[in-house]
Design a protein around this ligand. Structure first.
Ligand SMILES: [Zn+2]
Length: 280
């Protein structure tokens, strides 16, 4: 694929997503827990957003950006209203000394490194112009990365069984949950996908910051496919010359529905409110 065509794909999708910055809307929760519903355990913990140790003044700016957007905090509100936990689950944003985001099963926490936010900023700076647009793209991609890591976390704390590679499964879980979160959720997924696309092309330096992930381009097309599949009429513009190939698009709704049913069923003992499908 030529460079200009690649750029075209990234730009055509990204232009539609840079509006993301504000809240992942926590919609009023219909379908409250029925009395007949059996949860796996008593809800004794919370997801907690923690801005951790950050010395570098440039990185401190990222923490400020995230904190002032209240995006992570509003995700935590959604998570705490939806999922049960046996104990607190910290989500830490801090300086790590390396570019990464990870979940540690030993400590049952997620760490999102300032170095990764810095890398996101550098990469999005290649394709969007204003600082505001870059900030929106960075926070959007950070939301997706958080949900991906939450996928790893849920697999661990709920002891979920799945088939295939855990990395793909974490992307699936992130996509399933995000597509049900109003207008901003799907945008976050697509912004995350754009980051994978950018870092798989000649545009960016091409860091492979997670081990054992599918090729970044493959991840891009998967996420694009699942968001499209969650509501094909709404995301019809993903299909065509600069987006999803027709033959892949034709299978996306089926892929999404299969994924949604699987996760909906598997998460049922651990949710106070059913997760929402994107297709509605
Ligand atoms: Zn991962």
């Amino acid at each position: 694929m030529s460079m200009s065509k690649k750029k075209g794909i990234v730009l055509s999708v990204l232009i539609l997503v840079v509006g993301l910055f504000y809240y992942i809307g926590v919609e009023d929760q219909n379908g409250q827990l029925g009395s007949s519903k059996k949860l796996a355990f008593e809800d004794k913990g919370d997801f907690k957003i923690v801005y951790g140790k950050t010395q570098n003044p440039r990185y401190a700016e990222y923490n400020k950006l995230l904190e002032s957007s209240k995006g992570f905090e509003s995700i935590a509100v959604f998570l705490n209203g939806t999922f049960i936990l046996q104990k607190d689950f910290p989500i830490i944003i801090e300086e790590c000394g390396f570019i990464n985001a990870y979940y540690t099963p030993d400590e049952k926490k997620i760490v999102i490194c300032d170095e990764l936010l810095d890398n996101l900023t550098q990469n999005f700076s290649y394709i969007v112009k204003t600082k505001e647009e870059v900030d929106r793209a960075v926070t959007g991609a950070a939301y997706f990365i958080l949900f991906h890591e939450l996928g790893h976390g849920m697999i661990d704390v709920y002891n979920l069984t799945y088939s295939g590679k855990e990395e793909d499964v974490a992307d699936q879980l992130a996509s399933v949950i995000l597509t049900g979160l109003g207008e901003d959720g799907p945008k976050a997924a697509i912004t995350g996908a754009n980051y994978f696309y950018i870092t798989s092309s000649e545009i960016g330096p091409g860091y492979a910051f997670w081990d054992e992930h599918a090729l970044n381009q493959q991840r891009y097309y998967n996420i694009l496919c699942w968001v499209y599949g969650s509501n094909p009429p709404k995301f019809n513009y993903f299909v065509g010359t600069y987006g999803l190939p027709q033959d892949r698009a034709a299978r996306c709704q089926y892929e999404y529905e299969k994924m949604f049913k699987f996760w909906d069923a598997n998460l049922t003992p651990y949710v106070k409110v059913q997760i929402k499908a994107g297709a509605n």
